[in-house]
Structures are given as C-alpha cells and as structure tokens.
Design a protein around this ligand. Structure first.
Ligand code: ADP
Ligand code: MG
Length: 594
C-alpha cells in the first residue's frame, strides 16, 4: 500500500513526465550533440535513482551499485549482439547463448532479472552489516565484479572492448526508461516497505521495536535498486555500442555518487536536482578544460578541471547542505503537505488475555550484573509500576522483555509462548510494545508516518490506517499529524512515542519514564490517558518513572529494583511503608531524580 497522499503522487508523476517531454523537445531542437548529451543524462539519472532506492532509503552509502550497471550492460548485450558476430568474437560462448538474438526490451528485462538474482545473493550477506561496514562491503562488490568481468574472457572479452552491440538507445528510449525508473523509485519510497526502511534509517532500534524487520527491508530495496541499475547499464551499452569493464568502475561510481550526494540521497527530487547540476557543471567545465578566449584574453587549457570542479561542488554541498540540495523531502511533500486532519476511527479494545512473565532474568555487561535474577509478572489489564534509583536496572529489564537485549539467564513467557531470545520485531508481533527513556522517534518522518509504520509492521498491517489514526487521537496528537516528529516539543514527542506503541495494538505496553521532562499539568494529562488505556482498552502496562505520585496513583502493584535486584513488591501502600525501599531511595544518599 502507498503511504503518501494521491495528490502528492500525481503532482510528482505529472512533473516528471512534463520535464522529460520538455527536455526531449528542446534537445531535438538543438540538434544531435545536445540529443546525445541528454541521452547520457537520462541514463545517468536512471542510475542515480537506482542507487538512491537503496542508499537514500536505508541511509547506507553504496559504492558497489555501478557493478550492477556493468552486469546489466554485459548481460543485455550478450543477448542482442548478432549471432554471427558472437560466433566470431566470442568463440567460447555456450551454444545457446551464442545463438540468441533478442531486441532491446526483452534483453533488458532478462538482464534486470539476472542482475536482481545476483543482488539477492549479495544483498543477503550485505544486509547483515551495519553502516560503514556495509559501505565497505559494497566497495568490495565493485572490485570483485570488475575482476570477474575481466577474468571471464569467454563471455566478456576480458579487459578488451566488448563491441558490436546494436546502438538502439536513442533519446526517446532513454527518456522513457528513465521515467519508468523515476516512477518506480518514487512509488517504492512511499510503499510500506520503503517507509519501514526509512524508519529504520532514522532509528533502527525503535523500528525493530515496532515490528520492522530491517534486514529484510534492506534486501528488498537492494534487489530493486540493482534491477534499476541493470536497466541503466543495458541502456548505456546499447547507446555506446562498445565498452570495456573500465566503463563500469570508479569513474562512473564517483560521478553518480556526486550527483546523488549533491542533489540529496533520499528523494527522487534530489536525484533529478543532482543529475542536472552535475551534468551542467561538467559540460561547462569540459569546455573550459579545452581552453577558451574572452575578448582579447586567451585562457589556456587546464586539465582535470571537471574532476576538481565536481570535487569542490561536493565539498560545498557538504558544508552548506548535508542532506543535499533537495533535503529530505520531495518537493511535492513541501508544496502539498497533508493538510486535512484525518478522521479518527475507533480502535476496538484489545483486552489483554495473557500473562507476561519473566523468570529469573539476569543480564550481565562484562563484570557488571545490571539485572540479577529478577522475576516479574504482569497480569492482563494490570498497571505495574517499576521504580528504583538510577542505574538499578529498570531499562535493562525492559530491554530484555522487549527483545532488544537477550537475557544472560532466565526465561520470558507470554501466555504459554516462550519469548526468550526472540528478536524485537518478533516480540512486537506478539503484542508487546514500548517507548524509550531517551526518545527514539523517526525524527525526519511526519508524526503520522511514525505511527503508521508501527501499524503497518504489526498484525500483518491489518487495519493499519485506522489503528494509526486511533492511536494519534488517543494521545491527542492528531493536530501534529503532518509535522516532522523531530520538531515537536518534548512532551508532545513523548506522547507521539506512546501513540506509536499503541498503533501496534499491543496487549502489553512498556513505558520507560514517559513523564520525564513533562511539567505537572502534562503529567496529570498523561496519567488520565494511561488510566483510560488500561480501563477502556484493557491493555497491561509496565510503567517505569521517577514521578512517585504518577506511579502511586496509577499502579495496581509496584516493584522496586536496587542495584539489579528486586528488593520489594506490593501494593502502593505496602511499598510506601517498606523499610528497604525507603533505605534504597533515601538511606544511601542517592537522589530520587528524573
Ligand atoms: P536504570 O534504567 O534503572 O537507570 P539501566 O538498566 O539503564 O538502569 O542500567 C543498569 C546498569 O547497567 C547501569 O550500571 C548501566 O551503566 C549498565 N548498562 C545498561 N545498559 C548497558 C549497556 N548496553 N552496556 C553496558 N552497560 C550497560
Ligand atoms: Mg532507565
């Protein structure tokens, strides 16, 4: 399903088609030289959005995508080169491949599928890596594929020029394929898969906790982006007619990444902007490179001007605009924001049925036992307060119960199911949701998207929109739906985090210091909301906070941790009188701060 408004998609699609048609007409009017330049531009733009589909949405820069372009180029060319020529220049080719003679479109489609299969194998490995490790791995991919192309002489003619490819990519073909690639990239960005991946880019831990399987989403975008690269490669091969492995190596990687980074990785708008800017600049600098004269002055040729110029533009862009010229939003998202408030739907009560229990939970960090043999039970519909001085292990306990940390020892059960060792998305799927002590929103996504991601990624996305709307309504943040989550006040951000957890339609909700940074009035409002969540929706709540008034008024039962151990549990009244508790809070001289 698509997560952006239809108005935005129509505007985007309309603009892409209009610009392409205008560009084609203007180039045709200027003549063959401009036509060729623009054909290369469209092919480059296809490749730039191809890289953007992966790098922009996942936040992992890839140096390896030009390798997929190379695979696409060779694979499609092998299918279109006339059989007679193949017989003469590639004698080692297997007989069926030597005999095939396809036209551009079927050859391109087959090359895209082939490249996607290669990407599936490579991506399965790379998607396990994080951040810069993944980036380095993509660099390795580029080098390996280059090596394979050079070494596989029977099929590729090695380092020699691969020639005789029918030159059938003209301006209109390149423009049409480019438009298709732009559409694909734009639709993917706002598909539920693309939105999940972007949420993971913003905050991987929080994304996992609302059910996003980030490696899987990375793999999907990797395969799609590789297929788009193959499309660009096939077009390039059939534009050039002859090429060598060098064509799909560092030079083009540098040029395409420059376009992507200068324009902005995470949007189609950015890809177009970057491709236009870098193409114009290179064209101008290339002319300078060959020397020119202004009036009576003769400027001598300066070699390397184009490369240096692009390098300077990248530096300038990084200093002035880290996210690229287009920033993190599509133009149509800025011009046509979702203005209409969504009508809240009614969320049916969940009615927690299952007991959540942790038995003998222990977690060590090196020599430190952060949580030491703690057992905990949350009955359906109960609010359990969890208190203790700073560093007593409350967050660590929540992290184990929500699958973010694996317990060193102990067991977690939810209504007969053993949850020990499950990943956080799996736990989210079991109806257990949480918020974080240090707010972890998807800062550059809108409030609505923050909540929608959670709804889409749990309960198989059933009734996702209704669940998202209801959650926003419950926490009274519907009025901020169109705002970026990172721009809200502290109190509002905490409420959005609770709304996001609620959109998972949980049976159990963990709240880690939800009132931290809120004033008394906000805390009281929050208290009322939590009371209703428990009373009206029947959700079980495990509430960590330093605000003892909040804990005392809401909790059915309170548990007290000190230095990793459970030192007391009971009703609020019992806890208030408990000597060990009073000592832990006051006797050791520790502050009871928030
Ligand atoms: P609380 O939430 O009660 O303030 P925490 O669970 O955050 O306490 O921390 C308990 C202890 O575990 C602290 O001593 C803290 O330094 C340590 N700790 C927590 N998380 C980690 C971690 N990821 N790595 C190492 N030590 C940690
Ligand atoms: Mg904590």
């Amino acid at each position: 399903m698509l997560t952006s408004s239809r108005r935005q998609l129509l505007a985007s699609g309309g603009m892409i088609i209009m610009l392409s048609v205008i560009a084609v007409f203007v180039a045709t009017w200027f003549g063959p030289a401009t036509e060729r330049m623009l054909t290369v531009f469209f092919i480059s733009l296809t490749a730039v959005v191809g890289i953007g589909v992966y790098s922009g949405n996942s936040g992992i820069l890839s140096f390896g995508h030009v390798a997929f372009m190379g695979i696409g180029a060779y694979a499609s060319s092998l299918l279109t080169v006339p059989a007679a020529l193949k017989g003469a220049t590639l004698p080692g080719l297997s007989t069926w491949l030597a005999a095939v003679e396809l036209t551009l479109i079927p050859a391109t489609l087959i090359a895209m599928v082939f490249t996607a299969v290669v990407a599936l194998a490579v991506g399965a490995a790379i998607s396990k890596l994080e951040g810069s490790a993944a980036t380095i791995a993509t660099l390795g991919l580029l080098i390996i594929v280059h090596g394979v192309i050079i070494g596989w002489r029977d099929v590729t003619r090695g380092a020699q020029s691969f020639f005789g490819v029918p030159r059938v990519t003209d301006l209109v073909t390149a423009a049409a394929f480019c438009v298709v690639a732009l559409f694909l990239a734009r639709l993917y960005r706002d598909s539920s898969s693309g939105l999940r991946l972007r949420a993971g880019r913003e905050n991987a831990i929080a994304a996992g906790a609302v059910g996003v399987r980030i490696r899987w989403e990375r793999l999907i975008s990797f395969v799609l982006s590789a297929a788009i690269m193959a499309l660009a490669g096939a077009m390039m091969a059939h534009f050039l007619g002859a090429f060598s492995p060098k064509k799909f190596y560092f030079n083009d990687t540098f040029l395409l990444l420059a376009m992507l980074i200068v324009g902005g990785m995470s949007t189609v708008t950015g890809a177009i902007t970057g491709a236009v800017v870098i193409t114009l600049v290179t064209e101008v600098l290339r002319r300078l490179e060959s020397g020119f004269s202004i009036g009576v002055f003769d400027v001598p040729p300066i070699f390397g001007t184009a490369q240096i110029g692009i390098g300077l533009i990248i530096l300038l862009a990084m200093f002035r605009k880290v996210d690229g010229l287009a920033g993190l939003k599509e133009w149509e998202e800025r011009v046509l924001p979702r203005t209409t408030l969504l009508a809240p739907a009614a969320l049916p009560p969940v009615g927690a049925r299952d007991v959540l229990s942790g038995k003998g939970l222990t977690r060590q960090f090196g020599g430190l036992t952060a949580v030491d043999d703690v057992s905990i039970q949350i009955l359906p519909g109960q609010i359990v307060g969890l208190i203790g001085p700073n560093g007593s292990g409350k967050t660590t306990l929540l992290n184990m119960l929500s699958g973010i940390l694996t317990p060193t020892e102990g067991q977690i059960l939810h209504g007969g199911r053993d949850l020990t060792g499950l990943s956080s998305p799996d736990i989210a799927d079991q109806g257990i949701a949480r918020t974080f002590q240090n707010i972890r929103l998807f800062a550059n996504l809108t409030v609505y998207q923050n909540v929608l991601v959670a709804a889409l990624s749990t309960h198989r996305g059933k009734d996702a929109v209704a669940r998202a709307q209801t959650a926003l309504d419950w926490l009274d943040v519907m009025k901020h739906a169109a705002a970026d989550a990172g721009t809200l006040s502290y109190g509002d951000q905490r409420r959005v985090e609770i709304a996001r957890a609620l959109a998972c339609q949980p049976q159990v909700l963990f709240l880690d210091e939800p009132a931290a940074g809120m004033n008394r009035e906000e805390t009281d409002a929050l208290m009322e909301i939590l009371r209703r969540l428990s009373a009206d929706l029947g959700i079980s709540v495990l509430l960590v906070d330093h605000d003892l008034e909040l804990i005392n008024q809401l909790s059915d039962r309170i548990m007290v941790l000190n230095e990793g151990r459970m030192i007391a549990q009971g009703s609020p009244k019992e806890i208030r009188r408990n000597k060990a508790v009073i000592e832990a809070y006051l006797g050791t001289g520790r502050e009871n701060e928030n």
